[in-house]
Write a new protein. Structure first.
Length: 126
């Protein structure tokens, strides 16, 4: 398993990157481009993903507890089975996002953009 705890990838251009299963605790990805990246099962606890581009990325089963995803672009990304407990998703684009089985307990969802979503009961949760 790759351990990149606390590393700084702010503003990095990393489309299609493979971080599957990596320990990315506290990593700074703010403003980075991770378009179609593979973060399956990655540990992103407390990571800063402010304004990151995760369009089409796979975060299935990832741990994003307390992660900051403010104003992130998550269009058509998969967060199936992911832990988003306490994550900040304020102002995030969730168009087409798959949140099947994801844990959104205590998540901040103010001002999210929601269209073509993979979670039929979201209107009752927001």
């Amino acid at each position: 398993m790759i351990d990149l705890t606390g590393e700084n990838f702010a503003g990095a251009h990393l489309p299609g990157s493979d971080f599957a299963g990596a320990n990315l605790t506290g990593v700074k990805f703010s403003g980075a481009n991770l378009h179609k990246g593979d973060l399956t099962g990655a540990n992103l606890t407390g990571a800063n993903l402010t304004e990151v581009n995760l369009t089409g990325a796979n975060l299935t089963g990832a741990n994003l507890t307390g992660a900051i995803l403010t104003r992130a672009i998550l269009r058509y990304a998969s967060f199936a089975g992911a832990n988003l407990n306490g994550a900040n998703l304020n102002g995030t684009n969730l168009d087409g996002v798959d949140l099947t089985g994801a844990d959104l307990t205590g998540a901040f969802l103010e001002g999210v953009i929601v269209e073509n979503h993979g979670f039929p009961d979201v209107e009752r949760q927001l």
